[in-house]
Design a protein around this ligand. Structure first.
Ligand SMILES: CC(C)(COP(=O)(O)OP(=O)(O)OC[C@H]1O[C@@H](n2cnc3c(N)ncnc32)[C@H](O)[C@@H]1OP(=O)(O)O)[C@@H](O)C(=O)NCCC(=O)NCCS
Length: 164
């Protein structure tokens, strides 16, 4: 018998990438309307991506570019904010991380997960003087695997990378 699926059924989207940041929003993070301030949310995105970039670049990085950020849903005080990251490009001195921000609303069971925004951020590896430097050789050598299989793929065998 053929399994006929309803064409209107769209599979629910799930967070994509590694969970790099998870935090509880506080009254101090609110805008004058009482929802969470967009600038605070943007800084959480940058911090989450930077944590991944620091580890992969094995040292200092700076943020050079942020793609368009569109907030699709508000975040309320008391919601849990989660940021998921995955590397989508590895260059010579820079890498680009795709970030998704999701919230769990402050309902009884925190079961209603909502996607807030998604954007790409590019980080450049720099030396102690803030001058760009080449990405670590191991990172460049494993870039295809990293992009295809995710951050955890760096933590195998004799890799110099260690999982958090
Ligand atoms: C980032 C910085 C070190 C780049 O120095 P630079 O010598 O001008 O470097 P380049 O223009 O050659 O760019 C370096 C890399 O960034 C990438 N890059 C530069 N501008 C970019 C942009 N608008 N979008 C995406 N990538 C960009 C380049 O493609 C290059 O990548 P690659 O080496 O992997 O190919 C320098 O511009 C800087 O210090 N900026 C300030 C950073 C900062 O203070 N950020 C905020 C706080 S962290």
């Amino acid at each position: 018998m053929t399994d006929i699926k309803n064409v209107d059924e769209v599979p629910a989207e799930k967070p994509r990438g590694m969970l790099m940041l998870r935090t509880l929003t506080m009254p101090a993070d609110a805008n004058p309307n009482g929802d969470v301030f967009g600038g605070w949310l943007m800084s959480q995105l940058d911090a989450a991506g930077a944590m991944m970039a620091y580890e992969l670049c094995r040292g200092k990085v700076v943020t050079v570019a942020v793609d368009e950020i569109v907030f699709r849903n508000p975040v309320h005080v008391g919601d849990v904010v989660c940021v998921y990251c995955r590397v989508i490009h590895v260059g010579n001195t820079s890498l680009k991380i795709q970030l998704q921000m999701w919230t769990k609303h402050n309902d009884e069971a925190r079961t209603s997960r909502v996607k807030v925004t998604e954007c790409g951020i590019t980080y450049v590896a720099v030396d102690d003087n803030g001058v760009k430097r080449h990405l670590p050789r191991e990172l460049v050598e494993h870039k295809d695997e990293l992009i295809l299989n995710g951050y955890e793929s760096m933590y195998s065998g004799n890799s110099q990378y260690e999982c958090y």
